[in-house]
Design a protein around this ligand. Structure first.
Ligand code: NAG
Ligand code: NAG
Ligand code: NAG
Ligand code: NAG
Length: 426
């Protein structure tokens, strides 16, 4: 398998490059010959810079390539009993809030907030058209390395590239407590690094070697990501003997998600207003298609998880945003019980502090009564026609997660009827 990929890799590069400048070819083949000697680490980042000028990036199976690159490397075994928690979500499902349940755990948890942001940025924003299945494999491999406390693969995607494993560009470093605690928070020297304020302190640039050491010193590891579409693509992680994976998938009523998106990205939905007046929103509209795709993705992922195939048994939990908003403490305790990581008083205190109505920063997650009103607030702002559209497009997902269809306008706006069915998922 590996040999096959290596060959196609060389072949693709060769074919494209023969048509281009031959001096690039000699440089690249020099690089590729290094691959036979794993002692000499090959920087994929530099190789990419060299080949990207001939635009072959989407053709290459970088995942296999990177796997070969890291295969020769020995990674320390995680401590026995250590758990590896992956919080999977879509945007606007409250995943940052739920991520805090783990971020706030204390000294024995290493939490990373959206590390795959860098990968997505490099491979889909800057190199549009990267093959989706390749992207999926890279996400999986980067995640695996991060769970094993190896940051070197992620480093290949951070821009500008870290120098001597130092970077000021890690996305939302301050959202990871472990990257802001001693000893990873090194003294900050120059004003330039001010954006690395970690709560009340300033830290110097992030030393990824230090981060890795800190990571290895912690028993449990958690990562939050909104970039994984299907839990099934992570089967190799679940089967990796070095990891004890626990997947928590967070879902939310798609009608509420759309309502929230329409506020946050108003301009994208501007043209819907005209259709709304004229009649129905066409189903081939880009945003409608995206919505359908997202709903189907979540549904398929959740169905796979709930089916509990042998490799996922005891490793998958489905959680609804609405249940967390209404019963944050109960759900947090349940999640901890599921992961097998002890619930700490630190987490408890954080949840108490951040879910009280008296605390203005509580936002949507205020007291239970407020929360249940909050979570269904969208019903009173959303035109029924739009609600119908979401129900048509996302029906199967809504059925699976227990979100009741509003059959008419009266039902939609009747406060006495809840559109969230009480439901337990395993
Ligand atoms: C990797 O680990 C194995 C077993 O622990 C050991 O025999 C081998 O020498 C190590 N290789 C390197 C490159 O450190
Ligand atoms: C992506 O690449 C894989 C092999 O790496 C190939 O089988 C698949 O057809 C490609 N998909 C697209 C959409 O190009
Ligand atoms: C980063 O931390 C490691 C481990 O403590 C240290 O050896 C290295 O010198 C640090 N790098 C820089 C550039 O300070
Ligand atoms: C753009 C460019 O030329 N990038 C790299 C190509 O590979 C050489 C050899 O490793 C590097 O020195 C360049 O930086």
């Amino acid at each position: 398998m590996k040999i096959k990929y290596t060959i196609s890799f060389v072949f693709i590069i060769a074919v494209v490059i023969i048509e281009k400048e031959s001096n690039i070819l000699s440089k690249v083949s020099d690089k590729l010959s290094l691959k036979q000697t794993p002692q000499t680490p090959l920087s994929w980042f530099h190789l990419r810079q060299n080949v990207s000028s001939v635009q072959i990036l989407p053709e290459i199976d970088f995942s296999t390539y990177l796997e070969a690159k890291w295969h020769s490397k020995n990674t320390t075994e995680p401590s026995a009993g250590g758990k590896h928690i992956l919080l999977l979500a879509m945007t606007r499902t409250g995943s940052s809030f739920v991520g805090q349940f783990f971020n706030q755990h204390g000294d024995n948890m290493f939490y990373l907030y959206e590390p795959l942001w860098h990968v997505e940025r490099m491979l889909t924003v800057e190199n549009k058209g990267t093959n989706a299945s390749v992207l999926t494999q890279i996400y999986r491999d980067v995640l695996r390395q991060l769970f094993l406390c190896d940051f070197s693969m992620l480093e290949d995607f951070i821009q500008p590239p870290p120098k001597n494993h130092l970077t000021v560009s890690l996305f939302r470093r301050e959202s990871s407590q472990s990257l802001c605690d001693d000893p990873v928070c090194t003294p900050f020297v120059r004003k330039v690094y001010e954006r690395y304020h970690c709560r009340n302190r300033h830290c110097g640039p992030l030393n990824l070697t230090l981060a890795s050491q800190s990571c290895l010193g912690k028993e449990h590891h958690a990562v939050k990501s909104v970039r994984i579409r299907q839990v099934e693509t992570l089967r190799p992680l679940a089967e990796d003997p070095r990891l004890d994976m626990k997947f928590i998938q967070l879902v939310r009523d798609p009608r509420a998600m759309l309502a929230s998106r329409m506020v946050a990205f108003a301009s994208k939905y501007e043209h819907w207003k005209q259709w709304e007046r004229a009649g129905d929103i066409p189903e081939d509209d880009d945003e409608v298609r995206k919505l359908r795709g997202n709903c189907e993705n979540i549904r398929m992922s959740a169905e796979a998880g709930l089916r509990q195939p042998h490799w996922l048994r005891g490793r998958y939990m489905l959680v609804r945003y609405e249940d967390i908003a209404m019963f944050p403490m109960r759900k947090a305790v349940e999640m901890y019980r599921f992961t097998g990581v002890p619930f700490t008083s630190k987490v408890k205190d954080w949840i108490l502090q951040n879910t009280q109505a008296s605390n203005p920063s509580g936002g949507v997650y205020s007291t239970q009564k407020d929360s249940s009103q909050q979570v269904e607030k969208w019903r009173f702002n959303m035109p029924f026609k739009l609600v119908q559209m979401v129900q048509r497009v996302c029906g199967p997902a809504m059925n699976l997660f227990g979100y009741t269809f509003a059959e008419n306008e009266e039902m939609l706006t009747n406060k006495l009827i809840s559109l969230i069915e009480g439901r337990t998922f395993l």
